[in-house]
Design a protein around this ligand. Structure first.
Ligand SMILES: NC(=O)c1ccc[n+]([C@@H]2O[C@H](COP(=O)([O-])OP(=O)(O)OC[C@H]3O[C@@H](n4cnc5c(N)ncnc54)[C@H](O)[C@@H]3O)[C@@H](O)[C@H]2O)c1
Length: 282
């Protein structure tokens, strides 16, 4: 099996949401350990520059809002013109949302759809044609979640968005195969990884505000069991190098969630009352 160094070493990577959490861990691993040039794209200018300052000239900070298709197109043109073909695209930027679905404001609903779903689509639209045309092997990863194969109350917009990302990525995998392009497509289904996602998550402004904030507290508390972003990055990139489609950071948790979902669908069972998917570790 090829190593991450053999597959990615010295190449060019683009990581969205690179300023914090998993994106920052990926950027550190790709630039620091594998010697890649990394375009660190983030809507948060300070965060993008912080990771570039930390890692030196191999990391190129770019302020990009993945919700804006024109901004992502401009990023792709600039990257191709200045740096050449992209070997690894990681559509990582994502946001959380807590609260009962009927309490979520349309604005917060739209934020999740725009960042988590459309952001991934914009990345694919902007970069894939160039990656296919380059005719060299390249990889595209989308950050889904263990939530892509399960359901969780008080996180419906987020869970819905991750199901969408997984479905989009599965279709993309088939499409790339259909045209015989040398692009390896993978979906990343992390479990709990240290990051800012729960503190940055949207809440609700009316309805059961207490329930939404209680759920945030629970998620912040179970975050104690999270693995570090650096550890997550290393295993994600190693699995990508091996050409895995389903990339996981917590194999037991994800495989149990996949088996439970397969059983639910195969046996036409309604979703069971929720128990934390991390219960085994609690
Ligand atoms: N941390 C976890 O436990 C976990 C688990 C499963 C999946 N994920 C997924 O991993 C990805 C990264 O999450 P994280 O936990 O590192 O989150 P995080 O909040 O720590 O970092 C997300 C980064 O994305 C950036 N971002 C947000 N909106 C953006 C936009 N519109 N355009 C560009 N950048 C934007 C933020 O500024 C931030 O730097 C997300 O897609 C998330 O859903 C995370």
């Amino acid at each position: 099996m090829p190593t991450a160094q053999e597959v990615f070493g010295g190449g060019l990577a683009v990581v969205t949401g690179a300023g914090a959490g998993i994106g920052a861990g990926l950027t550190r691993h790709l630039a620091g350990d594998l010697g890649m040039t990394v375009i660190a794209a983030d809507v948060d200018a300070e965060a993008a520059h912080r990771i570039a300052d930390e890692l030196g000239e191999r990391v190129v900070p770019r302020v990009v809002d993945v919700r804006d298709p024109d901004a992502v197109d401009r990023l792709a043109c600039l990257v191709t013109d200045e740096f050449g073909p992209v070997r690894l695209l990681i559509n990582n930027a994502g946001v959380e949302q807590f609260g009962y679905l009927w309490d979520v404001s349309p604005v917060n609903w739209q934020r999740v759809v725009d960042v988590n779903i459309s952001g991934v689509f914009h990345g694919i639209r902007a970069f894939l044609p160039g990656m296919i045309a380059a005719g060299q092997r390249s990889h595209v990863l989308a950050l889904a979640s263990v939530g892509a194969v399960t359901s969780v109350p008080l996180q419906a917009p987020y869970i819905m968005s991750k199901h969408a990302v997984l479905a989009m990525t599965e279709c993309l995998h088939q499409e790339v195969a259909e045209i015989g392009a040398d692009v390896v497509v993978s979906a990343v289904l992390p479990g709990l990884v240290e990051s800012d996602i729960f503190s940055a998550a949207g809440g609700v402004e009316s309805g059961d505000i207490a329930a939404a904030e209680e759920h945030r507290k629970t998620m912040l508390a179970i975050r104690e069991q999270a693995i570090s972003a650096d550890e997550a990055a290393e295993t994600i990139v190693a699995q990508a190098a091996r050409g895995e489609f389903y990339i996981v950071t917590h194999p037991e948790v994800v495989h149990a969630a996949m088996a439970a979902r397969a059983d639910q669908l195969a046996n036409h069972r309604a979703p069971a009352p929720h128990r934390s998917r991390f219960a085994a570790a609690e």
